[in-house]
Design a protein around this ligand. Sequence first.
Ligand SMILES: Nc1nc2c(c(=O)[nH]1)N[C@H]1C(S)=C(S)[C@@H](COP(=O)(O)OP(=O)(O)OC[C@H]3O[C@@H](n4cnc5c(N)ncnc54)[C@H](O)[C@@H]3O)O[C@H]1N2
Ligand code: MOO
Length: 411
Amino acid sequence: MAKPALMPVEEALDLLLSQAETLPAETVPLDAALGRVLAAPVVAGRTTPGRDVSAMDGYAVRAGDATLGAVLEVAGESAAGRPYPGTVPPGGAVRLFTGAVVPDGADAVVIQEDTSRDGARIHINEAATPGRHIRKAGGDFRQGETVLKAGHRLTARDLALVAACDLAQVEVSRRPRVGLLSTGDELVRPGMGAQAHQVILSNIYAVGGVARQAGAEVTDRGILPDQMEATREGIRAARDAGLDVLVTSGGASVGDHDLVAPALTAEGAALAVHKIALRPGKPLMFGGFPAAQGIGTHILGLPGNPVSAYVCALLFLHPLLRRMQGEAGIGGLELVAAELAVDMKANDHRMDFMRAEIVGRRAGIPLVRPMPVQDSSMLSLLARAGALLVRRPHATAAKAGEPCEILPLED
Ligand SMILES: Nc1nc2c(c(=O)[nH]1)N[C@H]1C(S)=C(S)[C@@H](COP(=O)(O)OP(=O)(O)OC[C@H]3O[C@@H](n4cnc5c(N)ncnc54)[C@H](O)[C@@H]3O)O[C@H]1N2
Ligand code: MOO
């Protein structure tokens, strides 16, 4: 019997992302907004600076008066938050400090180092230039100006900008709720003294970490034994838990204990894809539990092998979660140009994401060498990898020094 065709990675990714609906918006205070995605543009609530202010400590002057050698009478002081109430008189100056409003009448600031003080007078040792050391009102942003667009993921810098706009909260899309369901009789939680024939549950940490980095709220829905009834029960409970995405790990392949696909189907899931032209990660499946109304639950069925589970989470779960938050610019694979440090053999029909080290740089381009062993169970090599070296389906053999593509692993 002919083997069923495997779906190309990019086609599967497009299909998955095309099914992602944007989650509803909510309003959060700024200190809870880091990493969240704006559901509405941020519009400045004030003009900043609100008035012309000084960029330096010195004296506000009329530039025409403050020529080299001039002596000016100090009429008063303007400090940040305490403006001088009057106008700088002709032949006069007002002492002022960084951030202080430039008083009416003045059109330049002479910095303190370019003056000498003599009681209530100053000597000008460097002629003033009109406009010098003055930050114009509205020079940063103006009230009503859009400073950040919807779909933008908020950085620490953005939060400072939003605050400076006199806004204490922002409208962001709700965090996706992700549930992680692990399967396998052999799995034991870390630190429990597992026996040699058992396997430590590790996928929830890698996959949950990827989901959290993409802005999700993650819950661990436990380990299911390799029995149909128990698997169905765990899936049914997850289906009814109000999740946005259910992620299973293990039991995705063709063995006698690989029950996830039949159990999902039996509980009402529609699986759009099962098996992808991907290495590692061929048995990846996805689909959803349709909702009677509104948004249903996406399902991502990851292979159990730890490297396969991580690579699938990175390639599929991460962009899905970002797209669900309405983040702009989330599309295909974000690959980076690199150079091969060693010769490569031709690739087969599966797109390959090889664990690789960055061994140097040539003209800023990373030089990449795949790890000698590419076993999808080996977490030590995955942890050490600086990138995944991407080999397209049917890529021909390539020599050291030729260009290649990588997916950098930055954290
Ligand atoms: N005859 C075939 N056998 C296999 C095929 C195939 O096409 N034909 N595909 C292989 C590929 S590729 C992969 S990947 C694996 C995926 O299999 P499953 O998704 O069914 O995964 P399991 O059998 O449940 O587990 C595989 C391996 O991973 C360990 N595991 C599982 N869950 C976890 C976890 N949460 N944390 C850590 N480790 C986990 C599990 O103990 C197994 O050692 O199938 C190949 N076989
Ligand atoms: O694709 Mo499996 O994920 O190679 O080990």
